[in-house]
Design a protein around this ligand. Structure first.
Ligand SMILES: [Zn+2]
Length: 63
């Protein structure tokens, strides 16, 4: 198994949840993530690892 979890753009190996303020001023998770390297914002890990264009591929690796 050699599943590398890293950014396709900058090679960073981690990301963090994007936290936003909602209408009442509370900090909430937006359901998005941001690469710690290039600041790319994405909603799915595959988008970060592979790119949005590759999402249609039959890859069934869970986690
Ligand atoms: Zn990146």
């Amino acid at each position: 198994m050699n599943l590398t979890n890293r950014c396709r753009t900058c090679g960073a190996t981690s990301y963090k949840p994007v936290i936003k303020r909602d209408g009442s001023g509370k900090m909430r998770s937006s359901g998005q993530y941001q690469c710690v390297g290039c600041r790319l914002v994405f909603t799915s890990i595959n988008e970060w690892r592979i790119g949005a264009a590759a999402q249609g591929q039959p890859s069934r690796s869970a986690q």
